[in-house]
Write a protein that binds this ligand. Structure first.
Ligand code: PLP
Length: 374
């Protein structure tokens, strides 16, 4: 059997990793500034993370959500503490798309409505409701074109105020659009959504799958403001590579047995992995590191005299838009300087490193980029 060939691959196979360093099968060392699409939050193979998962596996690896799993309860407690959303409830799933799928469903159960507002360049995942709210026709199958979804320009206050009405079930937005090119939602925009949702009874969903979990320099991006969404979705950095996602649900939603469900969501291994991630984020002050190093990096990049059109982002979620196409720049960074980065669109390089990135590693990237642009 062959693999279904849907991923364009680099001919590089990482076989070992520690912190932000990767080694490939030929022994070549790389610095990982992309974290496998923003997944590596606390650094590869963190010793506490490895120890906790190993210990759990030796005890019990899996049982379904028909028994008590106390590591889920510990995770919910810790997530409430570290995120500050203590009175929210947690529903655990396995991926970002699944988190958004469940959030949209919950909003529809809650309101009895169907109209969804999403934004231009949004990416919310590939399951049916999530992909319907994603602004990319090329990843939608005919069954995914959902007439319930209305797309509105991102950060356009007037347009979003006009779009939300008493038929609206939910507004779903990313705090920082990732796949769309690192565009930060303005406070004015989020506040307008919050106010209009309150007036109309619509549900405000914050997709924090990529921008959340400390990456922006706050646990969630809306915590740079005083605005609170009704539902917050997470995944990626939550498990540092162990598949896990979650929906954080405000107290106004009432749970009912059977309303939502999943076989694997919140299993023993995923829950201890996510618990270890939160312990490390807190003990090693990784959110503070993301804020400081992100500010430093963006300041230095904005000082570049050549080749850069714009630097956007918050914390360690940074987009560098170049005058030229980004493909050859990324390729040189990888093959000549051994730096893993990502892209968004034709001109933007995406930096999504571990929150434990060191200043020396950030400086190596700055030197390399200078050389590439010269
Ligand atoms: N939401 C956002 C903002 C994302 O960036 C992604 C993935 O890139 C998803 C949802 C989907 O997550 P997953 O690939 O885990 O389903």
């Amino acid at each position: 059997m062959q693999l279904f060939d849907v991923y364009p691959l680099y001919d590089i196979e990482p076989v070992r990793a520690q912190g932000s360093i990767l080694w490939d099968s030929k022994g070549q060392k790389y610095i990982d500034l992309y974290g496998g699409h923003a997944v590596i939050s606390i650094g590869h193979s963190h010793p506490l993370y490895v120890e906790r998962i190993t210990e759990q596996l030796q005890n019990i690896g899996f049982y379904s959500n028909s028994v008590k799993i106390s590591s889920q309860e510990r995770l919910a407690e810790k997530l409430g503490e570290v995120s500050g959303l203590r009175d929210y409830q947690l529903f655990l799933v396995n991926s970002g798309a699944e988190a958004n799928e469940n959030a949209l469903k919950l909003a529809s159960f809650h309101t009895g409505r169907t109209k969804i507002i999403a934004f231009t360049k949004a990416f919310h995942g590939r399951t049916s409701a999530a992909v319907a709210a994603t602004d990319n026709p090329s990843i939608k199958a005919p069954i995914n074109f959902d007439s319930h979804v209305q797309f509105v320009p991102f950060n356009d206050v007037e347009a979003v105020l006009a779009a939300i009405d008493t038929d609206t079930c939910a507004v779903i937005m990313e705090g920082i659009q990732g796949v769309g090119g690192i565009h930060v939602a303005t406070e004015e925009f989020m506040r307008a959504i919050r106010t209009k949702c309150d007036e109309t009874g619509a549900v405000f969903i914050h997709d924090s799958v990529q921008c959340g979990y400390g990456r922006s320099g706050e646990f969630f991006t809306f915590q740079h403001t005083t605005i609170l969404p009704d539902l917050v979705t997470t995944a990626k950095g939550m498990g540092n590579g162990f598949p896990i996602g979650g929906v954080l649900i405000s107290p106004k939603f009432q749970a009912k047995h059977g309303l939502l469900g999943t076989t694997f969501g919140g299993n023993h291994l995923a829950s201890v992995a996510a618990g270890a991630v939160l312990d490390v984020i807190q003990e090693e002050k990784l959110i503070e590191n993301a804020a400081q190093l992100g500010n430093y990096w963006m300041q230095e990049l904005r000082g570049f005299s050549k080749g850069i059109r714009e630097v956007r982002g918050q914390g360690l979620m940074i987009g560098i838009e170049f005058e030229e196409e980004v493909g050859p720049i990324r390729s040189k960074l990888l093959h000549e300087h051994h730096l893993f980065t990502g892209v968004a669109g034709k001109h933007t390089l995406r930096l999504l490193p571990s929150l434990a990135l060191k200043k020396e590693e950030a400086d190596i990237f700055l030197d390399a980029l200078k050389q590439v642009l010269n």
